[in-house]
Design a protein around this ligand. Structure first.
Ligand code: PLP
Length: 397
């Protein structure tokens, strides 16, 4: 059986049909500029406001004007950090974690070159943040702390709800990168106690190219782009109206489906995981089994290459992703797995499966049935095959 099974939803998601339908009129007939004086534009502006309200409700924001629409999660992350630093010019210290997305880490590396001091808080072998070290790192020079809610590679949830109240007491700005949490677990900016929070539409069934930054009322942040008055001057540039309408609809739907993630999607992920971990003595879970978003599973296979697994899976119509930084052209394992101290032999063979609410039980069973063939085939050609006493499974799909 050959099918198309998409288990790479942490990379991007399908646009939900309802989201597509909601956007369509704004790509065709309703093309007015929301800033225009005429009613053709004005009626579009009202729809943008509706979308803003939906996004605010999705993350528990008290007011819709606390939502600033941006182009991507990357832009929101950059705006949060750079915009804060620009306001608190005399403060030169940033705190983040070693497992952040490059949207934060690459910026921090650049800021270090510009003379800022950056503390990269470590994680333990399960990907859990060293909270005490984070707390000890805060000093009078700290301008902003930026910590992700859920890790994109392992799904591990970081303790943002414990960090928020601590930083609030010290008057330090707290930014949360919630790109991988949105749509998978409930987000409540007031429970977290953060000042800034990033989400990105394409991770929860809206299109690519639209993100949002939550800016708590009273938070001091300067724009990083300069131009018109859009988004109250906080993010100038004519609005991506279809994208904004799409992210509003996707936010509304994601909120309604949160329970399904906790129950059905979580159960499917666990079924996949058990179906693999119970079968292979060289397979182990990367990340905290409990403190995770329900859709993500990162499995390390010792002595075989993640890229090779992916290619064989792809041949069988299965899309997943690996834990190596192959995108950078290097064969280095990912910075996340390295920060967790995952042994080199298994980090190289790490595969991330990420499900969505569109994933079916049939698809999961198909992946479970294909995995032995792929893994045994690779073990056979692995120079370390002698370590494994199993008989190779014939390749016969
Ligand atoms: N932050 C995290 C945790 C992510 O996983 C991603 C994307 O994978 C981003 C930020 C960047 O989001 P975008 O692709 O919208 O720029």
């Amino acid at each position: 059986m050959k099918q198309h099974v998409y288990l790479d939803n942490n990379a991007t998601t399908m646009v939900a049909p309802e989201v597509f339908d909601a956007m369509a009129p704004f790509l065709k007939d309703r093309y007015g500029n929301p800033s225009s004086m005429h009613s053709f534009g004005g009626s579009v502006a009202r729809e943008v406001t509706q979308a803003r309200i939906r996004v605010a409700e999705f993350i528990g924001a008290a007011n819709d004007y606390e939502i600033v629409f941006t182009g991507t999660g990357t832009e929101s992350d950059n705006m949060a950090i750079l915009g804060t630093l620009d306001y608190y010019k005399d403060k030169r210290h940033i705190i983040t974690s070693r497992v952040e997305h490059p949207a934060v880490l690459s910026l921090c590396k650049k800021l270090e070159k510009d003379g800022y001091r950056v503390t990269y808080v470590p994680v333990d072998s399960k990907g859990n943040l060293d909270l005490e070290l984070l707390k000890q790192s805060v000093d009078d020079d700290t301008a902003v702390v930026s910590i992700m809610y859920a890790n994109n590679e392992t799904g591990v949830i970081l303790p943002v709800e414990e960090i928020g109240p601590f930083l609030r007491e010290r008057g330090v700005v707290f930014h949360v990168d919630a790109v991988q949490a949105a749509g998978k677990i409930p987000i409540d900016v007031n429970r977290i106690g953060c000042d800034l929070l990033t989400i990105s539409g394409h991770k929860f069934h809206a299109p690519k190219g639209v993100g949002a930054l939550y800016v708590r009322r009273g938070t001091r942040i300067r724009p990083v782009l300069f131009g018109g008055h859009q988004e109250k001057g906080r993010r100038p540039g004519t609005e991506n109206v279809p994208g904004i309408i799409g992210v509003g609809k996707a936010a509304e739907m994601a909120k309604a489906h949160l329970d399904e993630y906790r129950t059905r999607v979580g159960a499917l992920r666990d079924r996949l995981e058990r179906g693999i971990l119970d079968k292979f003595s060289n397979a182990g879970l990367n990340g905290d089994e409990v403190r995770r978003v329900p859709n993500t599973s990162n499995i390390g296979f010792e002595f075989i290459e993640g890229e090779a697994i992916l290619l064989y899976l792809d041949e069988q119509g299965i899309a997943a992703s690996s834990g190596s930084a192959c995108s950078s052209g290097s064969l280095e394992p990912s910075h996340v797995l390295r920060a967790m101290g995952v042994p080199f032999t298994s980090a190289h063979g790490s595969i991330r499966f990420s499900l969505s609410r569109y994933t079916t039980g049939e698809e999961i069973d198909y992946v479970i049935s294909v995995m032995p063939v792929v893994v045994e085939r690779l073990l056979e050609i692995s120079p370390y095959w002698d370590n494994f006493k199993k008989e190779p499974v014939p390749i016969n799909l």
